[in-house]
Design a protein around this ligand. Structure first.
Ligand code: CA
Length: 256
């Protein structure tokens, strides 16, 4: 998930970005209103953290302009303004939540989880799909209850695939949501992360739920456990037939 932080207190901005990175989010940061407005109008973020007192353009003005063309992306206001009018104005302009500074990082994390889950209508902190469980709080994945050892990037990929299963995700979309602003092409290193996640899933599930659709992107198709059993028995059967055929061929060759 890709988060934009618009905050002119550079130290606070950097420490939030670092903390969220540790939580598995990709973050872009900017320290003034003009750049903030430009970024949120041109990039496709999953969440925006917005300070109100900013040099250049004020946070409420950024929100007002942003909401005229994007009503979906959740915006969480972080502000030292404690007046109730500021909160009301921010929420009326389309902010989804408001956190008053100073705040505890744990509270920010919980509110981000809540806002991003709400987007996907998830009921709790765990994503459960077929035999895979992904805990969005601890960032731990498991298959049939057995923990899956994933890297930070593999976890982010799996989370995104689970949230958007059964539809094709284009390389551009992956870059937008899973990599920070420094990455702008679908490089081999991205493919390496995907292929290593697929390998781990194949080992744990007995099949690879991620398919590469040439020229379009990737799709995650998860079977119910019964369907997966059926599928693996078909695979095994297929392999057995191939083996028998090979043995026959070999026998044929040796008798010639
Ligand atoms: Ca500020």
């Amino acid at each position: 998930m890709h988060i934009l932080i618009i905050e002119d207190e550079e130290q606070l901005c950097r420490s939030m970005a670092e903390g969220l990175r540790m939580d598995g989010y990709e973050t872009d940061t900017c320290f003034d209103g003009e750049e903030g407005l430009e970024l949120c109008m041109t990039e496709n973020y999953d969440l925006i953290l917005l300070d109100l007192n900013l040099p250049g353009i004020d946070g409420l003005e950024i929100l007002r302009q942003f909401r005229t063309f994007n009503t979906n992306t959740p915006v969480l206001i972080l502000s030292a303004r404690v007046q109730i009018q500021d909160k009301v104005e921010g929420l009326d302009l389309g902010a989804n939540d408001y956190l008053t500074k100073p705040f505890h990082f744990e509270e920010l994390e919980a509110r981000i989880r809540s806002l991003t889950r709400r987007t996907f209508i998830q009921e709790d902190v765990c994503l459960r799909c077929s035999r895979i469980t992904f805990d969005t709080r601890t960032r731990e994945a498991s298959v049939d209850g057995t923990p899956l050892a994933l890297t930070r990037k593999e976890s982010a990929l799996l989370e995104y695939f689970l949230l958007h299963r059964n539809r094709i995700i284009s390389p551009e979309e992956m870059i937008e949501h899973l990599w920070d602003g420094s990455v702008n092409s679908f490089s081999n290193s991205i493919r390496v992360h995907i292929s290593s996640l697929r390998k781990k899933l194949r080992t744990a599930l007995g099949y690879d739920p991620i398919q590469n659709k040439i020229g379009q992107g990737y799709i995650c198709l998860l079977y119910t456990s019964d369907a997966a059993d059926e599928r693996s028995s078909v695979d095994l059967g297929g392999r057995r037939i191939i083996k028998k055929k090979k043995i026959k061929e070999q026998k044929g060759n040796s008798t010639q």
